[in-house]
Design a binder for this molecule. Sequence first.
Ligand code: ADP
Ligand code: MG
Length: 396
Amino acid sequence: MNVYEYQARDLLARYGLPIPAGAVASSPQQARDIAERLTGRPLVVKAQILAGGRGRGRFVSGFAGGVRLCKNPAEVESVAQAMLGGVLVTAQTGPEGRPVNKLLVAEAPRISRELYLAILIDREHRCPLLIGSSRGGVDIEEVAQKEPDAIQRLRIDFLSGLWPYQARELAGRMGLHGSLRNQVVDVAVRLYRFFCDCDASLVEINPLAIVENERIAVIDAKVGFDENALFRHPEIASYQDEVLEDPREAAAAKARLNYVGLSGNIGCLVNGAGLAMATMDILHRYGGEPANFLDVGGGADLERVTRAFDILLGDPKVRSVFVHIFGGILRCDLIARGMVEAISRLQPKVPIIVRLQGTNFEEGKEILEQSGLPIRTSDDLAEAARKAVEAAREAG
Ligand code: ADP
Ligand code: MG
């Protein structure tokens, strides 16, 4: 889960990282008020979207740049006016862009050079990886591609952690000396502490800038977290409401369901991620388009099944629902009872196709068939998938 820049800044600030003063605004007046409280000049106004490339982006309205330097609070207000409510298109958003509802207003120290510093997971070597470059800024991707030697890497051992001498060595390879080198070591060590404490999967500072008086400053921060560890971080988890822009995904996250919203019209409720993927494949095979990926998990109880149905049926695009359960530890009769209760409570208008297999599937099927509810069952996967696709087509 990625968070907005202003949220990342709040979290990083607690680790003592050098972050220019600033705050988040959702109205031009608020942006102006923040600007007036800040003492440094110039100021910077930054569109808050979950995608990079903002500096070179362009609003659909024609307004250029999602990152703008301003001389005074009045200019901040007018830039905020132009950005808020707009749609920003960058190299990372796709042509449809992203709506801008919040802005970061911050002091903008004069930048003399832009560096790059990041920690991410090296999947190949199964360890955190510290990456640094003296060629940071908006062209880092191009630098990485054309001059791979300009990017320095350091694998971090999970057990011993990141030692300052290792960070020193990396900062040296980045071509830094003296106080700058010390400051970058300090930033790297603090970033790594943050990375571990918060179960981050990515922290990328680009640019990490050299500003006035040879000081180092965090100018932009992109941070992602391991969703499986969010339960250990209630504050970060509380950002979910804001960062999950798809309301279906936000509701699913609250119910702790493993859900990914898609663009089709067949709602899928499946237990097990592998079975969920196979289910989506077979729907495609018969010309259908799933509305979502949803794994209710092996231990699905009535509560979770009801919440899952809520989300599927609350999606206006859904024309049919395909329930595909393989009963192992989770018995089919139990899930059938849960379904009957959930479906009679929710009174869905769309057809529901169910395939149960595994433990007690015969009892499960009987419960569904005798419930009097508009549920169609099938023992055969291909037949069930075809029914779900046809039902969606007829209803659509
Ligand atoms: P993004 O990565 O989404 O484009 P950044 O915050 O990195 O957004 O800003 C892009 C570029 O804008 C930076 O690389 C820098 O050149 C410029 N910029 C951002 N903040 C400042 C600032 N405070 N002072 C001067 N330039 C800035
Ligand atoms: Mg950046």
